[in-house]
Ligand binder design. Structure first.
Ligand code: ADP
Ligand code: MG
Length: 350
C-alpha cells in the first residue's frame, strides 16, 4: 500500500552534513585526539602537546610547532573536503595521514572548536566554530605553529555523549592513541597531560642523528616498557617493494591475550586482520595456542601498493598483493625467531 505522502528531496545544509560525517570520523574523544595529532605530524611538528580534561569530553587541546595555517586559509581548514595534502588527481599516492579534509569540519560540528595558528611572516590568527556557526578570522597571540582547542565534545549530540564510557576509560583510550602514534615517530616529542592531575606522559624525541632502528628501539622501550625492548629481536627485511621493520618479542615474552600487537602501514597505525593473522601464523610453531605474540611491526611501501582509503577512520588498509604482505611477515618473523632460537641454544651449549 502506497502511503499518501509525496517525498521531497532536499539538499542538507553543511552543518547537518558535517554532523553526519562526524558520526564516522569522531566515535569518541580518542578519535578526535587521533585526528588532531595526525594533523600535527602531517604539519611537520617536532613537538606535540596534548592536554585533556574530563576524559576529553570537557577539553582536548593539541599544540604543535608545525608549519601553521595562513590566516586566509583558516575558513578553508574548517570546510568540508578542503585539504592541503592531495590535489585529488591521484588517490593512490598518499604520503600523509590526512587527505579527506573531514576531521576539522567534523570536530567543529560536534564540539566547540578553535584553531589558533601562525605561519612565518604573518601575524597569528584564530577562528572558532560552534553549533554550525563559524566566526570571522580574528587576530590572536601565538609565536608559531598551531593550537587546536576542542571543548564540550558531543554537547550537541546527547545520544553520542551517553554512549561514552567513564572519564577514566576515555582518558585511557586517549593515552593508547597517543602511544600508538608515538611508537611510529621516535623523532617527535609527545607530551600528554591530563588536566585532572594524572601524571604527565612524556616521550622525549630521539636525536635526529640516531639511526632509525635504534631510535625505534628506544621509543618502544619508553612506550611499551624496557622489558619489551630487552626481550625483542630486530626485524628488517624486504620483499618485492614491501619493507618490514620493527621489533618482535621472543616467544618466552608472549602474553595471555593479544594486547601487545602494534601494526603500522606507512607509519599509520592499523588494525588489520590480514596482518594480525600473519603475525599469529609466524609464531605458530613457537607458541602454544593460548599464548599471543608481542610485536611492533612496520610495513612500508610505495603508497601505490596499498589502499588506505577503505574507511573514514583509515585504520584498515588493502594491499594490492595481500599474499605478498602476509608472506613477508610470516617468513621474515619465522627466520628471525629461528635465528634467535639457534643463537640462544648455541650459547647454552658453549
Ligand atoms: P586533512 O588532514 O584530511 O587534510 P583536516 O580536516 O584534518 O583534513 O585538516 C584540514 C586542513 O587544515 C589540512 O589539510 C591542513 O592544511 C590544515 N591543518 C589542520 N591541522 C593542522 C596543523 N596542526 N598544522 C597545520 N595545518 C593544519
Ligand atoms: Mg587531518
Amino acid at each position: 500500500q502506497t502511503p499518501n505522502i509525496r517525498p521531497v528531496i532536499r539538499q542538507l545544509d553543511s552543518a547537518a552534513v558535517n554532523r553526519i560525517a562526524a558520526g564516522e570520523v569522531v566515535e569518541r574523544p580518542a578519535s578526535a585526539v587521533k585526528e588532531l595529532v595526525e594533523n600535527a605530524i602531517d604539519a611537520g611538528a617536532r613537538r606535540i602537546g596534548i592536554d585533556v580534561s574530563g576524559g576529553g569530553k570537557i577539553l582536548i587541546r593539541v599544540t604543535d610547532d608545525g608549519c601553521g595555517i595562513a590566516p586566509s586559509d583558516l575558513p578553508l581548514a574548517l570546510s568540508r573536503h578542503a585539504t592541503s595534502k592531495i590535489d585529488g588527481s591521484d588517490l593512490l599516492n598518499i604520503h600523509t595521514f590526512g587527505f579527506r579534509g573531514e576531521a576539522l569540519p567534523s570536530l567543529g560540528a560536534v564540539g566547540r572548536l578553535t584553531i589558533t595558528s601562525r605561519v612565518p611572516g604573518e601575524a597569528a590568527a584564530e577562528i572558532t566554530v560552534a553549533g554550525g556557526e563559524t566566526s570571522a578570522v580574528k587576530p590572536a597571540a601565538l609565536n608559531s605553529g598551531t593550537v587546536i582547542t576542542l571543548r564540550d565534545l558531543f554537547y550537541a549530540t546527547p545520544a553520542r555523549l551517553k554512549f561514552l564510557r567513564t572519564d577514566r576509560a576515555e582518558a585511557q583510550a586517549i593515552t593508547d592513541v597517543v602511544k600508538r602514534l608515538a611508537m611510529a615517530e621516535p623523532f617527535i616529542r609527545f607530551e600528554l597531560r591530563d588536566v585532572s592531575g594524572d601524571p604527565r606522559t612524556v616521550f622525549r624525541a630521539e636525536a635526529q642523528t640516531r639511526d632509525p632502528m635504534s631510535a625505534l628501539r628506544a621509543r618502544l622501550s619508553d612506550v611499551l616498557g624496557a622489558e619489551f625492548a630487552e626481550n625483542s629481536i630486530a626485524i628488517d627485511t624486504e620483499r618485492e617493494g614491501l619493507h618490514l621493520t620493527g621489533y618482535a618479542a621472543l616467544p618466552t615474552y608472549s602474553r595471555g591475550a593479544a594486547v601487545a600487537q602494534f601494526l603500522f602501514v606507512n607509519g599509520r597505525p592499523v588494525k588489520d586482520k590480514l596482518l594480525t593473522g600473519a603475525l599469529r601464523a609466524a609464531y605458530f610453531d613457537f607458541l602454544s595456542r593460548d599464548r599471543h605474540p608481542a610485536a611492533a611491526l612496520f610495513v612500508d611501501c610505495d603508497p601505490q601498493l596499498v589502499d588506505v582509503n577503505v574507511h573514514p577512520a583509515k585504520s584498515e588498509v588493502r594491499f594490492r598483493d595481500p599474499g605478498l604482505a602476509r608472506g613477508l611477515i610470516v617468513s621474515g618473523l619465522r627466520h628471525a625467531l629461528a635465528d634467535a632460537g639457534h643463537r640462544a641454544s648455541s650459547t647454552v651449549a658453549s
